[in-house]
Design a protein around this ligand. Structure first.
Ligand SMILES: [Zn+2]
Length: 334
């Protein structure tokens, strides 16, 4: 079986089966593989009867030409394995909200979020796809961008600026939509799209490039979303992490207080390290558990969100920092 994998995939399989999981087995083999079809029906919701309408050859060829660095992220994307909000909620009981607009996030939402930042990212991506493809052919470039735009709109996104849309009567777009507009962005094109490309004399290399550009666009959109979620720099990420931990600390603290339990110095505020916050939480949760006190994640969290957000956690001067320490100490002395 392994001999069917491209050389890049062998490396991954030998070094860490867990990371790749089931992905390469199904994807890198024959695209008509029954197991992979079943996998797609389950995970990407392609109606089984539409399998033959898809251009599997182009999809397979485009995947096989990826280098190792791009292979894994692309496979994760095309197999719907991004950890979007809905999955974070399902598997980790985290918030399912889009970090840019607050709506419930699923894969579809990632590509149709109408927050200013998401819109701007789509504009920039389509602009750069147009720029690359129009080097050799303006007509094809404009057409391909209009199809992408049409898929975005069909998902619920507002139209990309400075890019046209296919006419209402576009057979090509309508065909793709029968399978699902998201599948185009993932590289699963309806045969009508590919036939149209051939009629426009788009050679195979350029067809593959068109798919690679889609995946690159998806990666950019996903990166923007992740930056909104985690912050762009380390200090921004730390800041968010500390805010989240502070919320949890306040929640535990209120439990400790309402049960009149003694506790360690409360590491609230930006000047405390993430480690010290986590250590405090571990310790005090143990102490609650020892008293058979149930910790529920939703406990009073809303009430404290406002309280923490007023703390000047970011660029606190020495003065505000020492004042906060004093507050902390008071909390502890009580
Ligand atoms: Zn959103």
């Amino acid at each position: 079986m392994i001999k069917d994998y491209p050389p890049e995939a062998k490396f991954l399989i030998e070094h860490d089966k867990n990371i790749m999981g089931h992905i390469p087995e199904y994807v890198l083999q024959e695209m008509t593989n029954d197991k992979y079809k079943k996998f797609l029906v389950k995970h990407t919701k392609i109606p089984e009867e539409l399998f033959s309408s898809l251009s599997w050859n182009l999809f397979a060829e485009a995947i096989s030409r990826l280098n190792l660095a791009k292979l894994l992220p692309v496979l994760k994307f095309v197999n719907n394995e991004w950890c979007t909000g809905d999955k974070m909620e399902k598997y980790y009981k985290k918030s399912p909200s889009c970090p840019m607009c607050g709506a419930r996030e699923d894969l579809k939402h990632v590509f149709s979020c109408n927050s200013p930042r998401a819109k701007q990212t789509r504009n920039e991506c389509v602009y750069s796809i147009n720029k690359i493809l129009s080097k050799s052919d303006d007509e094809i470039s404009a057409w391909w961008c209009s199809i992408i735009n049409g898929c975005f709109v069909s998902l619920g996104a507002s139209p990309v600026e400075n890019s046209s849309l296919p006419g209402e009567d576009s057979y090509v777009l309508a065909s793709q939509i029968t399978i699902g507009p998201l599948h185009l962005l993932q590289g699963r094109l309806h045969s009508a799209v590919v036939i149209h490309m051939q009629q426009m004399d788009v050679n195979i290399n350029k067809q593959i490039l068109s798919l690679h550009l889609l995946w690159k666009m998806a990666a950019t959109i996903w990166r923007t979303r992740n930056q909104a979620l985690h912050g762009t720099t380390k200090s921004e990420r730390d800041f968010k992490k500390k805010m989240t931990l502070d919320n949890e600390i306040l929640m535990i603290l209120s439990l400790l207080r309402s049960n009149q339990l003694p506790h360690r110095t409360v590491p609230l505020g930006y000047s405390f390290t993430i480690d010290s916050k986590q250590a405090w939480l571990r310790w005090e949760k143990m102490s609650l558990q020892a008293q058979n006190i149930t910790i529920t994640n939703s406990h009073d969290i809303g009430e404290y969100t406002h309280a923490t957000s007023t703390l000047n956690l970011g660029s606190s001067s020495q003065r505000t920092r020492s004042r906060k320490c004093r507050i902390t100490r008071q909390v502890n002395c009580k």
